[in-house]
Design a protein around this ligand. Structure first.
Ligand SMILES: Nc1ncnc2c1ncn2[C@@H]1O[C@H](COP(=O)(O)OP(=O)(O)OP(=O)(O)O)[C@@H](O)[C@H]1O
Ligand SMILES: [Mg+2]
Length: 276
């Protein structure tokens, strides 16, 4: 069953979820992220490359969506277009009903290569967006230390990125993305460069954060098991041209175990779709 939301209106009047647990159901039917007929063509040496060809996708408030697909199918391009870092050559992306025209404060972005500022401490990295927004120092410090605790880096606020492991850097990148309290988190293979054990730990931590904050997450991964561990829905993209192949709903309770029958079935089905 695909839980598709309608792509209408911005006026969902939502409140921060507060003490209400995130029950992982899409909110009230209003799409947070609305991708409508998005096309992207890049100039290439042997003619134009159709990176995305008519991609439609609605992501509901509080939903966790994973994008998977073969290398070159346009996952990063789609995420960059949603983030307003790249204009589409056709179609439109709306966030809460508003067309995206450039990077905005509603979004936090985490890439595979952490992109931390090496000359800033952990706290300085996390506080970066807040400084840019002119948030007063005391408030900044409170938010920063809360987030450092949330991502499990208590005691490392004064450390520099060069003193951290890959997994710790990735936690800093996540805390930094969360600092400005964006409604939507966009993550492009954020755990691609850490070892398997750290990756599983980070997946669990990300799910905890998601459940605590009720953020809407769009998460790109190569790893089908990672997608089935995390997502409410897995969007399988096909390449040449990049398009949505199928959307697979993952109706399994969390935490999910990789050995569960439903989990294994989901993984096999998605692998089949990617491989075809
Ligand atoms: N700036 C660019 N200029 C030209 N072509 C590009 C550019 N960015 C992406 N492409 C092309 O668009 C297609 C999609 O690339 P994209 O990076 O979005 O794929 P992807 O699904 O993220 O791949 P991967 O899984 O390897 O990260 C590819 O054919 C790529 O070569
Ligand atoms: Mg990519």
């Amino acid at each position: 069953m695909a839980r598709l939301s309608d792509s209408s209106g911005a006026s969902d009047g939502d409140e921060p979820s507060g003490d209400e647990p995130n029950d992982n159901e899409p909110g009230d039917g209003a799409a947070r992220v609305s991708v409508d007929g998005v096309e992207k063509e890049f100039p290439g040496e042997r003619g134009p490359v159709r990176a995305l060809d008519g991609v439609d996708l609605d992501v509901a408030d509080g939903e966790f969506v994973c994008l998977v697909g073969p290398s070159g199918c346009g996952k990063t391009t789609l995420l960059r277009i949603i983030a307003g870092l790249e204009p589409p050559t056709g179609g439109e992306v709306r966030l809460n009903g508003e067309p995206v025209t450039g990077p905005g404060p509603d979004l936090g972005v985490v890439f595979q290569e952490y992109h931390l500022f090496p000359w800033r401490t952990v706290a300085g990295n996390v506080a970066f967006g807040l400084e840019r927004q002119g948030v007063p120092e005391e408030v900044r410090e409170r938010i920063t230390s809360d987030l450092i605790e949330l991502v499990g880096l208590d005691g490392f606020g004064g450390a520099y990125p060069s003193e951290l492991s890959g997994g710790m850097k990735q936690r800093v990148a996540i805390a930094r993305a969360l600092a400005v309290d964006p409604e939507i988190l966009l993550m492009d293979e954020p755990f691609g460069s850490v070892d398997a054990q750290t990756r599983e730990m980070l997946q669990g931590e990300l799910l905890d954060v998601w459940e605590e904050t009720g953020k809407t997450v769009v998460f790109v991964t190569h790893d089908v098991e990672e997608a089935v561990t995390l997502a409410d829905r897995v969007v399988v993209l096909a390449a040449n041209p990049g398009r949505v192949r199928e959307v697979v709903a993952v109706d399994l309770p969390r935490p999910r175990r990789r050995t569960d029958e439903g989990f294994v079935e989901g993984v096999e089905r998605i692998r089949g779709l990617i491989g075809d």
